[in-house]
Each structure stands twice: as C-alpha cells, then as structure tokens.
Design a protein around this ligand. Structure first.
Ligand SMILES: Nc1ncnc2c1ncn2[C@@H]1O[C@H](COP(=O)(O)OP(=O)(O)OP(=O)(O)O)[C@@H](O)[C@H]1O
Ligand SMILES: [Mg+2]
Length: 459
C-alpha cells in the first residue's frame, strides 16, 4: 500500500471516524455529568522547631524540615483523627481516614492538610477541624516527654481552609478528551480491521494492481420510481439521451473498441467471477453501444442455465441458442432477432438439461463459427467463471474475454482466480469493467464529461 492508498482510506472513513469520536466524547461528557462531585479543601500548618541558639545553622534548618515530615505523619494518626471525628460528629474514624491526608510541603516547615467531601463547605470544615486540633495534640505529646515548657516546638495553623469552588473530581475536560481519544483509537482500529478483511473490488486501482487493462466503470443505475425491481434492467436503450449510464457504457465501449482493434478479437466472451455481477447487463449494453458505431453486432445469450439477454430487449425466448442444435447452419439467421439497425440478438432458448455437453459439442463450435461469419462482432453473455465448467467450455469457442467485476461485491481474490483461469485458457483478456460504481468514485475520473454531454443531476 502506498501513502496515496492510506490517504484514500482516510478520506473514505473520515466522516464515520469523526462521528465515532464525537459520540464517545459526548458519552464521556454525559457519564461525567452524572458522576458525584468531590471537593478538596486545604489547610496549612506551620512547624517551628525549638531554637537552641540565636542564629539557626544549616543543620537546624534540615532538622526542622525532617521534624515537619514527622509531624505530617502525625496529623492523620488515629489519635488526632478520632478527636476530629468526635467534634465533627456524624462521621467515623474510618471515614475520616479515607477523606483526610497530610504531607510536608518540600523544602519548607509547612504541612498541608487536605480533606475531601462531596460538599465543599464540609470539606473545608473537616480540613480546619483536623488542622485546628493538631497544635494541641502536639503540645500534649511534648509535655508528656518534657518538663520545661519553654523548650517546646510550636505548631500553629498558618492558613485556614476555604470551601473550594470547583470540584477536583470528576474532571469534565480531561474525561471528554479521554473519551475523544478512546473513540478515535477504537474507530481507527475498526477501520483498519474492516479494510484488512474487506476483499471487495472497489475502484480502478484494485483492478489495475492485477496488471490487467481497466476498461472503465459503469454507474450503478437507479431503479426508476414505480418500476418492478425484479423485472427492471439497466438498459441504455431505455435511458434518456445524455444519461450518465449511457455515458459510462460509451466510455467502456470506446476503451473496448481499442482492445478489439488491437487484438483482432471478433468473438468476445463476457463473464465474471460469480453470480449477479452484471454480465448480462454489461454484455447487452456494450453490444448496443458497439452497434451504435455502425458495426454489425450480434449478442448471443450463452448462459444455457439462466438465459437473460431476452429481457434486455423484451424478446420472446421460446427459441434461441439451444434450439439451433436441431437445425442446419443455413437456418441459423432465422433464430436471430434484429433489434436495431446494426444489432441482432440470439436469445438463450429453452433451458437445456445438459449444458456442458452442448458446449463441448462440435455442433456448438460450428454454430458460433457460422454466426461469426455474419457479423463484425459477436458478444457472448456467459455464466460465471468460478464454480461452473460452462465458462471454461466457452473459452475455446471465442477469440477474447471481457471480465465484469461488481463494485463491493466481487472479491479481489475471486477476480484474481478468474484472471488466472482466462490466462490458462490462453485467450486474450481485453480488460475488466467495474460495474455498479457509485457516483463519487465514477466521476472522480471525469467520466460523463468525456464526450461533452451534459450530466443530469441524480433523481
Ligand atoms: N450498473 C448497474 N446498475 C444497477 N443495477 C445493475 C447494474 N448492473 C447489473 N444490475 C442489476 O444487478 C442484477 C444482476 O445483473 P445481471 O443479471 O446482469 O448479472 P449477471 O452477472 O448476468 O447474473 P447471473 O450470474 O445471474 O447471470 C440485475 O438485477 C441487474 O438489473
Ligand atoms: Mg446473466
């Protein structure tokens, strides 16, 4: 994959990834908004060590700081907190131990007493009570071990706690940012997984990477309002002049015409890896587009199991290719329907019970050869290449092959296998048509303007 491929993937998924991030950021905000607010209040205690001389030495200062650390530990001892719990009331020692913490402020003789509570005023009250009781507690402890009151260290409250305005938890900003980052990571991982496992042929580059000619893309046609979805078929005969669908087939036909000229192919097999990828649609419309350039074109429905070509031209299918087995080559033209000045169609005819036998018979070869004499180009709509022997049996009867890949449906691996099968059949592969392309991808390459036709806005 090149940097361009990565950029393309990023562009394709950008909107969904952004949406995912916004959703997870929004969810983080809502969850945070529902969480209980916790406030933290802070009181400060100053520790003054008993002085032995007028000017304190470095050792005295270091001693004071170490004493401050010791006293900081004493703030949260159960003796001190138990007294605070008694004064505060309605709270146990255990709860206070969870709510109160104390620590020496580095390089100072200050102790910071922190108290947390869901109520800002109560947080301040707890901090002030614990800090306020501490000097008395220290004094008692010193008196118990010393007789001279003057030689005592002094401890007093340097700053009372005030009720805090903002909670310390939860932090809405941080949580929303974390939500956005998490959403981004999940979305990027999901996109990477989807792209890794998505083996569908999506665009021109997927085909070009297989080192086969790309003939162009055909638009995904919209089913007209009121039409029966099962019966309707995209046909350039039924489309209005200048329609994007016609333009896309003309573009493919123009590329194909070069291939036909260069390779001298006159009997062209249209197939695809799997079912429903648009073989019949492509064969019928390309036959029509080729006939527009005043070549005599014959479309043969070569799908002996599921004939379809008659539907595109509203023809009866009571007789067709399978019926020609019973007649002499001279009678063949009688089975052919003339649907335009230059276009003729040989429908599939009644479904045969033994298509593989028919296809490998000498009679079939003679029939195709005889018909090829009567037309400039013969297009054969064929069954899928993979899973059935029919397409391989058609191979010796034709001069060249055109493959159809359906955007998003045809697997890249299946297309590669089909290309390999065509190469094994030693017939020239004129190229691959990307069928059912979405408008965005289709028009990225400027199709629709190639011949100067106006592009209609989508219905
Ligand atoms: N470009 C297109 N835009 C819209 N619909 C399409 C297009 N190409 C094909 N279809 C629709 O897709 C369906 C399958 O198309 P089609 O019959 O041509 O495929 P197929 O490969 O010949 O199928 P099968 O393997 O059954 O012979 C049909 O309903 C057809 O109308
Ligand atoms: Mg078909």
């Amino acid at each position: 994959m090149t940097l361009r491929d990565y950029l393309k993937i990023a562009r394709r998924w950008a909107l969904i990834v952004v949406l995912g991030c916004v959703l997870s950021g929004g969810a983080a905000y809502l969850l945070t908004a529902r969480m209980d607010r916790v406030y933290q209040a802070r009181a400060v205690i100053l520790v003054n060590q008993r002085e032995n001389q007028a000017a304190p030495s470095l050792q005295d200062i270091q001693g004071s700081q170490s004493l401050t650390r010791t006293y900081a530990e004493l703030v949260t001892t159960s003796n001190n907190l138990e007294r605070a719990a008694g004064i505060l009331g309605n709270t146990s020692l255990k709860t206070l131990q969870k709510k109160v913490s104390a620590g020496a402020i580095p390089e100072t003789q200050l102790i910071e007493v922190l108290a947390e509570d869901r109520n800002a005023d109560r947080a301040a009250l707890i901090a002030n009570t614990v800090a306020g009781l501490f000097p008395g507690y220290v004094e008692e402890a010193q008196l118990a071990g010393s007789e001279a009151r003057t030689a005592l260290n002094t401890v007093f409250v340097a700053e009372n706690a005030l009720p805090p305005e903002d909670p310390i938890r939860p932090n809405v900003k941080v949580n929303v940012i974390l939500g956005l980052i998490l959403g981004l990571m999940v979305m990027v991982a999901a996109v990477a997984l989807i792209e890794y496992f998505d083996d569908g042929v999506k665009e021109r580059e997927d085909i070009e990477r297989m080192a086969v000619p790309y003939l162009g893309s055909v638009l995904l046609a919209d089913v007209p309002k009121g039409a029966d979805k099962r019966e309707w078929v995209p046909s350039i005969l039924a489309a209005e002049p200048g329609d994007d669908l016609i333009e896309s087939y003309r573009q493919v036909q123009a590329s194909l015409a070069f291939g036909l000229m260069a390779s001298d192919v006159r009997v062209l097999l249209v197939t695809s890896p799997g079912q429903g990828e648009g073989k019949s649609t492509t064969a019928a419309n390309l036959a029509e587009a080729l006939a527009e350039s005043s070549r005599r074109v014959l479309l043969i429905d070569g799908d002996l199991r599921k004939p379809d070509a008659h539907r595109y031209f509203s023809l009866p299918n009571s007789s067709g290719l399978t019926s020609t087995f019973l007649v002499d080559p001279q009678a063949l033209p009688a089975f052919v329907n003339h649907v335009g000045e230059s276009l003729a169609v040989l429908t599939g005819g009644p479904v045969a019970p033994n298509p593989t036998e028919l296809l490998s018979s000498r009679k079939m070869k003679a029939t195709i050869d005889a018909l090829a004499q009567l037309y400039d180009i013969v297009v054969i709509d064929c069954p899928p290449m993979l899973g059935l022997a029919d397409a391989s049996l058609w191979m010796p009867l034709v001069d060249g092959v055109l493959l159809v890949a359906r955007q998003g449906k045809t697997r890249r691996s299946a297309l590669e296998d089909t290309i390999a099968a065509v190469r094994a059949g030693r017939k020239p592969l004129l190229g691959v048509v990307l069928n059912g392309s979405d408008r965005k991808r289709h028009f990225r390459y400027g199709y629709g303007y190639a011949y100067g036709y106006a592009r209609r806005s989508p219905q």
